[in-house]
Design a protein around this ligand. Structure first.
Ligand SMILES: NC(=O)c1ccc[n+]([C@@H]2O[C@H](COP(=O)([O-])OP(=O)(O)OC[C@H]3O[C@@H](n4cnc5c(N)ncnc54)[C@H](OP(=O)(O)O)[C@@H]3O)[C@@H](O)[C@H]2O)c1
Length: 263
């Protein structure tokens, strides 16, 4: 197991999908803790506003705008961060989209976009980031997945597939990253109150505020755990569901979500 826990005295943190929601709250938290934080998303105006907002904090925030679906652009961002701020020792690969899918309206576009941003977008960042860290012999990378990656949930056919893919990918890479001195983690939040969830038409049990979610992630980043998941009461219930045989699983989820059998 890689024993490395990144610290602001060693170098810089990079957060993708940092212009709103969980990424933004985490960037502000790390800057309060004294980190130099490089932030990436497509909305330059929002990133610059955050950089200004962080002006009075112990650390700082600097904008490196970009689209995670563009692999070359992510390579350039990683290079630019290292050049401008110093060695990257912590990466939180958080950019993601949630596109609800209904079986009755299946279309390829929702899957293409979800895979491009959530799965390939993460890989586009992971490749140059882990390359730099391999050369320096140390680093810490946390990939933001979701409890929706545990098992299939209503509306989550595209989103859940990408988040399950991220969990599997991280499990597979951990064997090599440990050898490379890179501490790899997967973050699996339950429901967090962000722009992505504000339109959800269904009740969200154990919904957490975004600041509280950022604190849980901040705490998890200081541990050797592979998995950072919260709120525990909710995620443990979902883990138990994961163990059920299919017949019981589908019945339990349909009942818990009030999912109608008929249109
Ligand atoms: N909220 C929850 O309940 C919840 C639960 C589990 C997991 N998560 C995961 O947590 C992460 C953050 O979600 P959130 O709830 O905080 O959502 P959010 O507020 O909508 O934030 C999503 C972030 O991703 C960025 N993004 C989207 N497409 C991008 C692209 N192509 N290139 C670069 N950046 C892109 C957005 O910025 P721009 O639009 O400016 O590019 C934004 O900063 C996601 O991976 C999500 O799946 C959320």
């Amino acid at each position: 197991m890689s024993s490395y826990i990144a610290s602001p005295k060693d170098g810089v943190a990079w957060i993708t999908g940092a212009s709103s929601g969980i990424g933004k709250a985490l960037a502000m938290l790390l800057a309060r803790e004294g980190w130099k934080v490089a932030v990436t998303a497509r909305s330059l105006d929002k990133l610059e506003a955050m950089a200004e907002e962080a002006g009075s904090l112990r650390g700082s925030i600097m904008a490196f705008p970009g689209d995670v679906t563009d692999a070359r652009e992510m390579e350039r961002v990683v290079e630019a961060v290292e050049r401008a701020l110093g060695p990257l020792v912590l990466g939180v690969l958080n950019a993601g989209v949630y596109l609800p899918v209904k079986g009755e309206d299946l279309n390829v576009r929702d899957f293409e976009k979800s895979i491009a941003v959530n799965l390939l977008g993460t890989v586009n960042c992971l490749v140059p980031l882990s390359k730099w860290m391999k050369e320096s012999g140390k680093g810490q990378i946390a990939i933001v997945s979701s409890v929706a990656g545990y098992r299939g949930l209503p509306t989550s056919a595209a989103y859940g597939a990408t988040k399950a893919g991220l969990i599997n990918m991280a499990e597979a890479l951990k064997f090599d990253f440990d050898r490379m001195g890179i501490h790899l983690q997967v973050i699996m939040p339950g429901f967090v109150d962000t722009p992505a969830t504000s339109q959800n038409p269904f009740p969200m049990p154990h919904l957490l505020g975004v600041e509280e979610a950022a604190e849980k992630i901040g705490e998890g980043l200081k541990t050797h755990s592979f998995e950072i998941t919260f709120p525990k009461r909710f995620t443990y219930q979902l883990k138990l569901l994961r163990m059920l045989p299919y017949r019981l699983y589908f019945a339990a989820v349909a009942r818990a979500t009030g999912w109608p059998k008929k249109k």
